[in-house]
Design a protein around this ligand. Structure first.
Ligand SMILES: [Zn+2]
Length: 453
């Protein structure tokens, strides 16, 4: 009987465990589909918006050819609004896409978005001592309208966090305490990471008062792009490249925008042109197997796709409750990124000219590490809480009063221990020659990044 009871017990555990495993795999595939769909639809709306802004650039050239300055100014106003409305529609659509794939509303994400709507409504619009707003509005009443749009997203419930959000008030980076890999390296006692990235810090660190002060917030003189799924555009007053007029005329005919032929003189007229130049649209260095980052790709990206710029990253967090006694719920996180792609004529990149023109035809998933999402993800709320809430306390009082539930704070406690750091210094003295660098160019398999997908 005892034997039978034991056998039954073991069988029951096997059955529970098997059930849990299936459930986790199921929830994981659900999260994956939801995250991918959300990123794709966000990027789709970025492409649509860029095409609309491009069409309006052409319409503006038509209006200026006819000498209609007030029409041109109305078009500018529409473009300024599109820079916010388009990405926000993308954010709404991303939530729907995630929900359609079976993911529920995430209460923490929703709270965070609602909080930000309040920040925009009350802090961005508050007048400073100089009588100016904290951030200058790109068009009149922009912050109110933008806050309303964010509130709508929160009211409908957020299922997929926009993981490449760049808030105007974010830290500028450039400090080890703001680098997730620093905490990962402590947790894993990855001494080689220190050898390559922060050897001086490991050698010279004394205690928490040693750190240089945290950098300031991002400088944003004139914001014009949405914080969520932003397009990374800039404005210019005159077009320096007159060869774009021929192409604008071709596109005008193709897209049946107007019968008025655009004259070469429009490039000399002072107006507001929506441009790529100087914005986020440089070469796509994050996916390059060469250079500083060394993404583990098998080869360089083709020249016609070699541009950074607008992309959308989404984070989905789901719970799989377990039935096996003694085990806790598993949290499953899926992050995905997607990007609009296109061409002007033949193989010409969409940003071959400085001016935004209708060029986007497709969206594709891209590796999260090759997107504009920061290493920790903008919607990793534990990380956000840590850098915004705990780090100021840490710099003042050290790591011992910090919250126990925060994984990052616990790494700082470990780091404060001089014996721990000494272990690393001793180890590196003997073995630092075995530390390999990442990447090594195409064809090499010299170790990759932490998040390869
Ligand atoms: Zn913390």
């Amino acid at each position: 009987m005892i034997f039978l009871i034991m056998a039954l017990l073991i069988l029951a555990f096997v059955a529970f465990w098997n059930f849990d495993l299936h459930k986790i795999v199921y929830v994981k595939s659900l999260s994956q589909n939801a995250g991918d769909a959300a990123a794709l639809v966000g990027a789709r709306w970025q492409g649509i918006t860029l095409n609309l802004i491009g069409d309006l650039n052409i319409m503006q050239a038509v209006a200026l050819t006819q000498g209609d300055a007030s029409m041109a100014s109305d078009i500018n106003d529409m473009q300024a609004r599109l820079c916010y409305v388009g990405p926000m529609v993308g954010l709404v659509a991303a939530q729907q896409a995630a929900k359609n794939n079976g993911v529920f509303v995430n209460e923490r994400f929703t709270r965070r978005i609602r909080q930000h709507a309040d920040t925009v409504r009350f802090e961005y619009t508050a007048l400073g001592p100089d009588g100016l707003m904290l951030f200058q509005e790109p068009y009149s009443n922009c912050w109110e309208e933008y806050a309303d749009m964010i509130t709508v997203v929160a009211d409908n419930g957020v299922a997929a966090g926009p993981d490449n959000a760049r808030l105007y008030s974010d830290f500028a980076g450039g400090h080890l305490l703001l680098d997730v890999s620093f905490y990962d390296a402590i947790a894993g006692a990855e001494w080689c990471w220190f050898f390559h990235n922060a050897y001086e810090v490991l050698l010279n660190y004394t205690d928490f008062s040693w750190w240089p002060p945290l950098p300031g917030k991002l400088p944003h003189v004139d914001p014009m792009n949405s914080e969520y799924f932003g397009l990374g555009l800039t404005k210019r007053t005159v077009i320096s490249d007159t060869s774009v007029v021929t192409l604008m005329n071709a596109l005008r005919e193709d897209r049946r925008l107007s019968d008025q032929v655009i004259s070469n003189t429009v490039t000399a007229v002072t107006s507001s042109w929506y441009c790529y130049e100087g914005g986020a649209w440089g070469p796509w260095t994050a996916i390059s197997p060469f250079g500083e980052v060394q993404f583990p790709a098998t080869g360089p990206v083709k020249p016609q796709y070699d541009y950074a710029g607008a992309d959308a990253a989404a984070r989905v967090e789901t719970q799989a409750t377990r039935v096996t006694p003694g085990s806790r719920t598993s949290q499953i996180t899926w992050t995905a990124a997607a990007k609009p792609f296109g061409y002007l004529e033949g193989d010409e990149r969409p940003n071959a000219y400085e001016l935004v023109l209708p060029a986007f035809h497709e969206v594709r998933l891209i590796p999260v590490d090759a997107s504009s999402a920061p290493a920790g993800g903008a919607f990793d709320l534990d990380w956000r809480e840590h850098i915004e809430g705990h780090l100021p306390d840490y710099q003042e009082k050290g790591p011992f009063g910090l919250p126990k539930y925060c994984w990052y704070c616990q790494q700082l406690v470990v780091w404060e221990n001089a014996d721990f750091r000494l272990t690393g210094i001793d180890w590196l003295k003997k073995f630092s020659s075995t530390c390999r660098t990442y990447g090594g160019g195409p064809g090499s398999r010299g170790g990759g990044s932490r998040r390869g997908h």
